[in-house]
Design a protein around this ligand. Structure first.
Ligand SMILES: NC(=O)c1ccc[n+]([C@@H]2O[C@H](COP(=O)([O-])OP(=O)(O)OC[C@H]3O[C@@H](n4cnc5c(N)ncnc54)[C@H](O)[C@@H]3O)[C@@H](O)[C@H]2O)c1
Ligand SMILES: CC(=O)N[C@@H]1[C@@H](OP(=O)(O)OP(=O)(O)OC[C@H]2O[C@@H](n3ccc(=O)[nH]c3=O)[C@H](O)[C@@H]2O)O[C@H](CO)[C@@H](O)[C@@H]1O
Length: 453
């Protein structure tokens, strides 16, 4: 067994020895945050190093994991990997973040970094983790930030925060930003192989150590960029690229009736050019990534950045546009939304992910309520109280056909909706937000696609 007296940062061992020590469990790892992103990451680290302590503030999460169970739904391979790693003693979970920090030499942070109500990055959870790490920080440790943070956070917040709250000085510990490029539903694949891993350290030694670590975690390339701020910006640039391009698709979709074409068809045809990658229109942009990342940049930049903010306005207009489209389609059918019973299908922000942060369904339900509709909502991934919190009456998918519906809005097409018996309903007016419905025997208007009577 290679003996590594301290961590990898400024380690005296040659790189090959450091890699061996990392893989043999001589470099204990703590992963702070065991949610949709953190648990897969902790499980992969455990499969590589055999020595991971996961930290979460949620007792139920910790208990579930220590029972060898997996609380993250619809993540292929994750339940088996968690069970295997807990069984072999490679992964354990705790709420004691300070104790975990004392044992670990690699500290991986992947906790929520949401927005405040005035659209400023909310780093409260992140800084709470820094406090715990500082309490257990030792020379040779390295802190890996995987959760999305504003540019300049690693060098401007993490390093001084740890130095001020520990007995360790900068230059004795490493900090690197190594953004997770993971999509729910394919997390293990994304962590271990799908994309190159970006790493950027606050100094060259931090970058070196991060590159060594992720050279063991992923089979894909590890791309070391100039510094941590560059890596932080890479993550945000990916996200704002997506938000702006979705906004382009949505703005074109709003013009569908004036153009008199199927905008989705035109987008698909335009995208046959290699330089064209127009995204897909829909009822809005949700999740705690894409709709929030623009504000991580604008909050740190003095320039106005009108493109990012205009794209946000366009995407944030889509839930109301979707509900107003239903109102107009009802009117075209000589009917009114006022007093109508409407079922919203899908409340999570995208199919197969039990996440409602910034979900477009919230705006759709609000607007339908404003129009006087009686709003029901179906989401097989959510408890009734969560659905009800959005101002809709929760209905199970099995009970849906027992209701007399006037209209349906498909916001998030969970795969369970593929089996709806549409013949059980009479004369529905349907707005399909995601273009997943075929000919269902009812009047359907697809956002971007237009009407199909
Ligand atoms: N979900 C995604 O698709 C996605 C994509 C890109 C980036 N991210 C980044 O990853 C972060 C985490 O995402 P997620 O989907 O895993 O969130 P999540 O809500 O599924 O899980 C977050 C976990 O962190 C725990 N937690 C909160 N505060 C904590 C603290 N102080 N110490 C320890 N644990 C704490 C929570 O209890 C929860 O279990 C996001 O905020 C974002 O920055 C997520
Ligand atoms: C590591 C990481 O950060 N991963 C993120 C994660 O993002 P995510 O889980 O938040 O999911 P997204 O797919 O980005 O969707 C967000 C919302 O935008 C809507 N949307 C999407 C595309 C489109 O053409 N039209 C739309 O309307 C969709 O319905 C949903 O509401 O995975 C993405 C790759 O899947 C990554 O790019 C993204 O960085």
């Amino acid at each position: 067994m290679t003996n590594l007296r301290s961590g990898l940062y400024n380690a005296k061992l040659p790189p090959a020895g450091q890699r061996q020590a990392f893989r043999k469990g001589s470099v204990p790892v703590a992963v702070y945050g065991l949610g949709k992103m953190g648990l897969p990451l902790a499980a992969v680290y455990a499969s590589v190093t055999g020595h991971v302590v996961g930290v979460d503030i949620d007792d139920d999460v910790v208990r579930t994991i220590n029972d060898g169970e997996c609380h993250v739904a619809k993540e292929p391979g994750l339940p088996e990997l968690v069970s295997e790693q807990v069984e072999r003693g490679a992964l354990r979970a705790t709420t004691d973040s300070v104790a975990a920090a004392h044992t670990a030499s690699v500290h991986v942070i992947i906790v929520p970094t949401p927005l405040t109500d005035d659209r400023e990055p909310d780093l409260a959870a992140f800084e709470a983790v820094l406090d715990s790490i500082a309490a257990g920080l030792a020379p040779g440790d390295v802190v890996v930030v995987e959760c999305t943070v504003p540019p300049g956070t690693s060098s401007g917040l993490v390093v001084p925060h740890l130095e001020a709250n520990s007995d360790v000085s900068r230059g004795e510990f490493g900090v690197a930003f190594c953004p997770e490029r993971t999509s729910s539903g394919r997390a293990l694949q994304d962590i271990t192989e799908s994309h190159p891993k970006i790493v950027g350290g606050v100094d060259a030694e931090s970058t070196r150590v991060a590159s060594l670590i992720y050279g063991e975690i992923t089979s894909n390339e590890v791309i070391a960029v100039s510094d941590a701020t560059t890596a932080e910006s890479v993550k945000l640039f990916e996200g704002v690229y997506r938000d702006v391009n979705i906004a382009l698709a949505n703005e074109l979709a709003r013009a569908r009736d004036d153009l008199g074409i199927d905008v989705r068809e035109a987008i698909d045809a335009a995208n046959t050019q290699p330089y064209c990658n127009i995204h897909t229109p829909g009822p809005g942009v949700g999740g705690h990534c894409i709709p929030w990342y623009p504000y991580f940049i604008t909050s740190r930049v003095s320039d106005d950045m009108p493109l990012l903010l205009t794209a946000r306005e366009v995407n944030d207009s889509m839930p109301s546009f979707t509900a107003d489209t239903l109102r107009d389609e009802m009117a075209d059918a000589g009917r009114t939304l006022d007093g109508a019973t409407v079922a919203v299908l899908g409340v999570t922000y995208r199919p197969g992910v039990a996440e409602t942060r910034a979900t477009p369904a919230a705006g759709v339900i609000d607007r339908l309520n404003e129009h006087g509709a009686t709003v029901l909502a179906v989401d097989p991934m959510l408890d009734d109280d969560v659905v009800a919190s959005f101002g809709a009456t929760p209905v199970s998918l099995s009970d849906l056909s027992s209701h007399t519906l006037d209209a349906v809005v498909v916001v998030t097409p969970h795969e369970e909706f593929d089996h709806i018996d549409w013949a059980a309903f009479d004369d529905l007016v349907v707005v399909d937000g995601r273009g997943t419905l075929g000919d269902i025997g009812h009047s359907v208007y697809t956002i971007g696609g237009g009407p199909r009577r």
